[in-house]
Design a protein around this ligand. Structure first.
Ligand code: ATP
Length: 271
């Protein structure tokens, strides 16, 4: 898999967290809102799909893909939207959103109301791995999106999604295991987990959980002719996670640069 285009776009999103890219002020902008278990991320693109500005915040307002704090979620989305509007000098009017695969219509609507409550019209509701594929452009294989509280997967055949699943496991479980092992708070564990310098050390602690995640994916894809696994979602930033998956499942596993930003970017591309 050639991640050149995806990596180029992801790099631009990374840059857009710090500085605004040039854009045509008369054009309406596209927004992607990723309401996650661990993070809320807003990505703004121009009509040519160029990342212009992005904002993110750690928030625990969603659990297992469901909104558990409606008012808190809406407030954070509004604050991030206002920050972006201030940086851009332009109002953001519409947004696309995504939910884990298999989310009911009723629960998807709650996600929609959160974003509408923050002042944007919702133009599309996608499932998360499909949003990720707007960036990756995969024809065949399985996209595995390991977030904070959920792991979603989509099997693609000739560009069509033929199977989706969602499991209640993710980076939050890794942090809980680190917290228990080191006898530190969850917040400290999150920090250590994301520290590149300590990832080798913590990997020995979290390896069994990662192996379990791989087994879950393996069970879902059994019986399907899958030749490639593509990892996205914040948890897949973990160094060497792809090697554990490849070893456990026996299928080639790769990931793009900064898998954390793939889904929010893909959501915006569908606005
Ligand atoms: P979900 O998809 O479950 O609703 P989410 O959308 O918040 O959750 P992501 O934003 O894709 O999920 O990922 C968040 C998770 O990724 C958190 O558990 C966070 O600790 C983890 N994470 C983020 N960056 C890194 C990193 N550099 N290394 C390891 N884990 C990371």
């Amino acid at each position: 898999m050639d991640f050149t285009r995806a990596n180029d776009l992801i790099e631009k999103v990374e840059k857009s967290l710090k500085e605004i890219a040039e854009f045509n002020r008369t054009e309406e902008l596209l927004v992607g809102v990723d309401l996650g278990t661990a993070y809320i991320v807003l990505v703004v693109l121009d009509k040519n799909m160029n990342p212009i500005a992005s904002e993110m915040q750690f928030a625990q307002v969603i659990r297992d893909g469901l909104v558990v704090d409606y008012i808190g979620a809406s407030r954070i989305v509004r604050e991030l939207k206002e920050k972006l509007e201030k940086r851009l000098g332009k109002e953001l009017l519409k947004a696309a959103i995504a939910v884990p695969p298999g989310t009911s219509e009723r629960d998807s609507k709650t996600h929609k109301y959160v974003v509408e409550g923050a002042g944007m019209e919702v133009t599309a509701i996608l499932d998360e791995p499909t949003a990720a594929n707007a960036v990756l452009g995969i024809e065949n294989g399985v996209i595995v999106d390991i977030g904070g509280g959920t792991t979603g997967l989509s099997i693609l055949k000739k560009g069509e999604v033929i199977y989706t699943a969602d499991e209640a496991t993710g980076g939050t479980h890794l942090s809980l295991v680190i917290s228990g092992n080191y006898k530190i708070t969850f917040e400290e564990a999150e920090k250590i987990k994301k520290d590149k310098k300590r990832q080798r050390e913590i990997f020995t602690v979290v390896r069994p959980v990662v192996q379990k995640m791989a087994t879950i994916v393996k069970n879902h894809i059994e019986g399907y002719d899958v030749e490639d696994i593509y990892l996205v979602g914040g948890t897949c930033c973990l160094e060497k996670i792809e090697e554990v998956f490849e070893k456990e499942i026996g299928i080639r596993t790769t990931k793009p640069k900064n898998p954390f930003l793939v889904t929010p970017l893909g959501i915006a591309m569908n606005c």
